[in-house]
Design a protein around this ligand. Structure first.
Ligand code: HEM
Length: 413
């Protein structure tokens, strides 16, 4: 198999492959597949060398760039080097602490509205509902647009494209873009370009991300970002900003239905406990279950030689389930994230948001959103799990529950 073919195979069964690799590698090790080799970093103390100290020796993988570029362009997630540094500086103020706390009201309102549509006894796919909710929240907070009327189409388009991406990755040759996929890209583009046009036309600076992007000026050239550049950033935030959080919420509700004691505690204790649940759910089911980097040159990880073009895997899935890092790792125990206990966790053993210069820019946003969604909804409803177990894993770009998570709603009086 050629290297791209092998990488595709790796992408296909990534959870199984990771576990097989992980079983053979105690701290750090290499698996070779023909000409391609992968270095797995399995202990937390080696992580900072890749993500921080020698981060300049790596880039995101070629495969990711190849497949995600049509959708995300040169946005923050895919840009590299100087361009990444500049863009990050530009977008960062939108995620500063004071600003993120201003988004709380919008998050609460949308969570209230979402649950108000669920009748007592109704069967809902909570994974689907969370996708809709987080899409609405990103639209409102970052772009001040109401996406709920279009949520169904947008959600479908995004799902279609992720599936197409996964199918393409399985094949040794490049498929021409299917009409239905192109139509999905076109619709997403229309939405984003529509937002840009309307905002430019209105000339209003309402201080959200979209205004910030449109008004920003390049320090050296003095030029504004082009519509296309704004589109790449907006699309990146739009996609990176709702899919992941939706998965974290879907797994949270799943775990809560399995542990009614904790569900009851959530209703009683509200926000602080909701934060613990969000974090613990992302430990067991990290939406970004695998971080991958490609070496730009020969380099070292604590003396271990990494060769140019090798791919380095850091797997939250393995780190989070390693008994060396977490006692009884398979047990759902939100109290691991009581502040005093969280402070004692080994550094870099818990990486739901990655680390170093490319750490998730939305991490505070996501944690606040998770805690507001869980605590708000739990005030109004309980849930019983209807999905047959075990819930399958569907590792797309993020870790989905395979057939959603179906629950029956119990409204509180
Ligand atoms: C539970 C929710 C989330 C999870 C688990 C998550 C996870 C991650 C991870 C692991 C990375 C780093 C990837 C790597 O190093 O290869 C990342 C990057 C990123 N995330 Fe998130 N994310 C979440 C929510 C959000 C939100 C709410 C936003 C924006 C509104 C966002 C925007 C981004 C962006 C723009 C990047 C690229 C940052 C850069 O490369 O400089 N994410 N995310």
């Amino acid at each position: 198999m050629n290297p791209i073919g092998i990488l595709r195979a790796l992408f296909l069964n990534r959870i199984r492959l990771l576990e097989e690799l992980g079983a053979k590698v105690p701290r750090i090790g290499r698996a070779t597949f023909g000409r391609l080799s992968v270095v797995l970093v399995k202990t937390p103390e080696l992580v900072p060398e890749v993500l921080i100290e020698r981060a300049a020796d790596y880039q995101k993988t070629a495969l990711l760039r190849l497949y995600a570029r049509p959708l995300l362009g040169d946005g923050l997630l895919l840009s590299e080097g100087e361009q990444h540094r500049e863009r990050r500086k530009l977008v960062a103020p939108a995620f500063a602490h004071q600003r993120v706390s201003k988004y709380a009201d919008a998050m609460r309102e949308q969570a209230e509205a979402a649950q108000s549509g669920w009748r007592d006894g109704a069967q809902v796919d909570i994974a689907h509902e969370m996708m809709r909710l987080t899409l609405g929240i990103v639209g409102k907070t970052l772009f001040d647009v109401d996406l709920l009327d279009r949520a169904a189409t947008l959600g479908r388009d995004i799902a279609v494209l992720q599936d197409a991406l996964m199918i393409q990755m399985r094949l040794p040759f490049q498929l021409p873009m299917r009409r239905s996929n192109q139509a999905a890209v076109d619709r997403l583009n229309q939405t984003v370009y529509g937002m840009i046009r309307n905002r430019r036309a209105s000339g209003i600076d309402n201080g959200d991300v979209l205004s910030m992007l449109l008004l920003s000026v390049d320090e050296e050239t003095g030029e504004h970002l082009t519509d296309e550049q704004v589109r790449d950033e907006a699309m990146t935030l739009f996609l990176a900003g709702h899919e992941t959080t939706a998965q974290a919420m879907a797994w949270s509700w799943y775990l809560l239905t399995k542990h009614p004691v904790h569900f009851a505690r959530l209703r009683r204790e509200g926000m602080p406990f909701a934060l613990q649940v969000t974090k613990e759910a992302m430990r067991l089911y990290p939406p970004a279950f695998l971080l991958a980097r490609m070496a730009l040159r020969d380099t070292l990880i604590n003396g271990f030689e990494v060769r140019k073009d090798e791919v380095v895997f850091i797997a939250p899935w393995l780190l989070h389930r390693d008994p060396r890092n977490f006692e009884e790792p398979l047990r759902f125990d939100p109290d691991r994230f009581l502040p005093e206990r969280e402070a004692r966790l080994p550094r870099f053993a818990y990486l739901p948001f990655g680390g170093g210069r490319r750490i998730c820019i939305g991490n505070q946003f996501a944690l606040m959103e998770g805690q507001i969604i869980l605590s708000t909804i739990a005030q109004h409803v309980g849930m019983d799990l209807l999905s047959r177990e075990p819930i399958g894993l569907k590792p797309l770009l993020t870790l989905h529950p395979k057939n959603g998570v179906t629950v029956r709603i119990r409204r509180h009086a």
